[in-house]
Design a protein around this ligand. Sequence first.
Ligand code: ADP
Ligand code: MG
Length: 287
Amino acid sequence: MTMVSPELFAPEARRALVRLRHVYRVYRVSDTGVVALGGVDLDIPSGEFLAVVGPSGAGKSTILNLLGGLDRASAGTVEVDGQDLGLLDDDALTAYRAERIGFVWQGTARNLVPYLSVRENVRLPRILHRGAADRRRGSDELLRLVGLSARANHRVGELSGGEQQRAAIAVALSNTPTLLLADEPTAELDSVSSEAVLEAFRAVNREFGVTIVMVTHDLIAARRADRRIRVRDGRILMEGVHVDPVGNDGRVRLPDDAVAALGDAELEAEITPDEVRLRRRSETGHA
Ligand code: ADP
Ligand code: MG
């Protein structure tokens, strides 16, 4: 079966901040191994807002944990900003995590200190990790960007779920991380709150150019990112192709590379609620 090579769909050559090469993560469970990642190759350009989608158990969180230095690959290389994380010892990895990474988790309990005010939460990472003070952003500026200026003096427990997630984004950004990692950040939110949280991600991405990797199985949330990749069974199925919005006449123009790769083969389309898949008729075995 001939497949369209994923390289044809690579985003234009911006500097890759993140490079995963043949990354495997195998968990040992009693006598056997569970393959959480089975050879992942991925480039993430600096400044990109990337969504990672896929079913439960696909390996999404595993990718995030490797990028954040919370876990190590069993094989392959995980490189962030030219640094091979596999070469760092535990102390260096801890420093990497503190200085370069911001996390936003699904549940607010892991993101925020409940008895502190929103502003105090945003200031906390700077108190804990001194250094590079000149690069830091004002907590009020961060709270404005995520739409929480009016809530700065409230305690976290007084905020709604969506407001807490936006506060978590401000906290994660307060130490000027290189990478903002979010694992199912809107999973517990209604659609209006989700939209506000996604807008906060977009705002910090736009204003600070911070690279964002957001794991989600919410396809509406994924659509707000610059690009989507799909993970299944520990592998990346296909890099998302950027296609301009459907025109007034209902046509979509495919990228030239895709047109070239598909050639004048006879195509067939599979339409699902979240995507339209084109493939050569001959690949499916149908006449
Ligand atoms: P996702 O976030 O996409 O739901 P995960 O990355 O959490 O998936 O998990 C990928 C696979 O690895 C799953 O099969 C999961 O059961 C397995 N796995 C994850 N963490 C562990 C662990 N600590 N021990 C054993 N297996 C694990
Ligand atoms: Mg997960």
